[in-house]
Design a protein around this ligand. Structure first.
Ligand SMILES: Nc1ncnc2c1ncn2[C@@H]1O[C@H](COP(=O)(O)OP(=O)(O)OP(=O)(O)O)[C@@H](O)[C@H]1O
Ligand SMILES: [Mg+2]
Length: 364
């Protein structure tokens, strides 16, 4: 196993700069997920770590070894791609054994390793089948098996689950996490699915337009997004964001937009007149039918909207409402029936409010 370090890494395709001076450290044994919207440079970065893409500037290290000039096949990595690229004419067993046979490893050891990988991945019943005789999830596991028998220093995954149906995707992400907990192989995993990133990663690295916006543990990023982009990208349903003005009402500062008055956290570092983005996650916006409950003291106005769409998910209900022309989502775990068109009042959990500067869009 190895740590991976990226230092001042740049990628240009002709005049187009795709990655801008990236720095990143993946500790030995960590599971790091690169997350970001389509086109932000995740695959490019992964392919540069793999040695499949020329480096414009900067360095890639595996432990202390600079690998810029080392060929992909000599980096001791294993990659799993979105299309599993199995050899169609080879059985599962032969697919998994292929890289070891190329290295002329002893047949007995190859057989042992294939059996070991098959048992870990639940593939024993399928060893003599061809890929076309397998389901998508089984094929995905064969691709994984082909990777783990190589005993790589680093696993590189590029959206390996995106071809699977929703249920299998959830199942496979648990399998991959379990596998990582057992093998502890350093892993860099690319996805644009924030739930996948949150659930699997030791550390999530959020990218946008070729820069790293924030890196941290899943819960830290969720609880403390450093800027507006990260706040909006992480979380489903997403954080409610209202562009507001800080103003004074009844002797205290609050955030206002039109007739809407939103309470500020007690320690908010804002000044009267400042433009801010007021963010609150749906689970921190309690919905109630009683306006009196929603006003936290006699001076406060209640925050009142109109229900637009109600989405029951089972454990909770997502209520989408219009609040002064603004779409907001609140999550309720109560079995309360809400109807489109009815009035709804909100109690924001004010200590969980996130504020972002109107100009820099950085967290305040
Ligand atoms: N060979 C190339 N020539 C020019 N531009 C390229 C080339 N390959 C990729 N790009 C550009 O580099 C940017 C990053 O691409 P990349 O494939 O790394 O994105 P991604 O984050 O993996 O996106 P996705 O989630 O859609 O897979 C994109 O804007 C893409 O158009
Ligand atoms: Mg990609």
């Amino acid at each position: 196993m190895a740590s991976v370090k990226i230092s001042n890494l740049k990628k240009e395709y002709g005049p187009v700069q795709v990655l801008h001076s990236l720095d990143l450290e993946v500790a030995d044994g960590d599971f790091v997920v690169l997350l970001g919207p389509s086109g932000c440079g995740k695959s490019t970065l992964l392919r540069m770590i793999a040695g499949l893409e020329p480096i414009t500037a900067g360095d890639v290290f595996f432990d202390d070894r600079r690998v810029n000039d080392i060929h992909a096949k000599d980096r001791n990595i294993a990659m799993v791609f979105q299309n599993y690229a199995l050899y169609a004419h080879m059985s599962v067993r032969k697919n998994m054994a292929f890289s070891m046979r190329l290295k002329k490893i002893d047949k007995k050891i190859i057989d042992e390793k294939v059996e070991w990988a098959a048992s870990i991945l639940g593939l024993e019943p399928y060893l003599d089948r061809l890929p076309k005789e397998l389901s998508g999830g089984q094929r995905q596991r064969v691709a994984m098996g082909r990777a783990i028998v190589r005993d790589p220093d680093v696993f590189l995954f590029d959206e390996p689950l995106s071809n699977l149906d929703a249920k299998l995707r959830v199942q496979m992400r648990t399998e991959i996490k379990d596998l990582h907990q057992r093998l502890k192989t350093t892993t860099v995993y690319v996805t644009h699915d924030q739930i996948e990133a949150m659930t699997m990663a030791d550390e999530v690295v959020i990218m946008r337009d070729g820069v790293i916006e924030q890196a941290g543990s899943p819960m830290d990023i969720y609880d403390n997004p450093g800027n507006l982009f990260v706040a909006q990208f992480i979380g489903s349903p997403g954080m409610n964001i209202v562009e507001c003005q800080v103003s004074e009402a009844n002797g205290k500062l609050c955030a206002t937009k039109g007739d809407l008055q939103l309470p500020l956290p007690s320690n908010a570092n804002v000044i009267n007149g400042q433009t801010i983005y007021y963010g609150i996650r749906p689970e921190h916006l309690q919905a109630t039918r009683q306006a009196s409950l929603a006003a936290s003291d006699s001076n406060d106005k209640s925050i009142t909207g109109v229900v637009r769409v109600v989405e029951p998910t089972g454990p909770e209900i997502h209520i989408y409402s219009k609040l002064d022309n603004q779409d907001v989502c609140s999550i309720s775990r109560d079995r309360v029936l809400w109807a489109p068109g009815e009035d709804i009042h909100f109690i924001p959990d004010v200590e969980h409010v996130h504020l972002f500067d109107g100009d820099t869009k950085l967290a305040i």
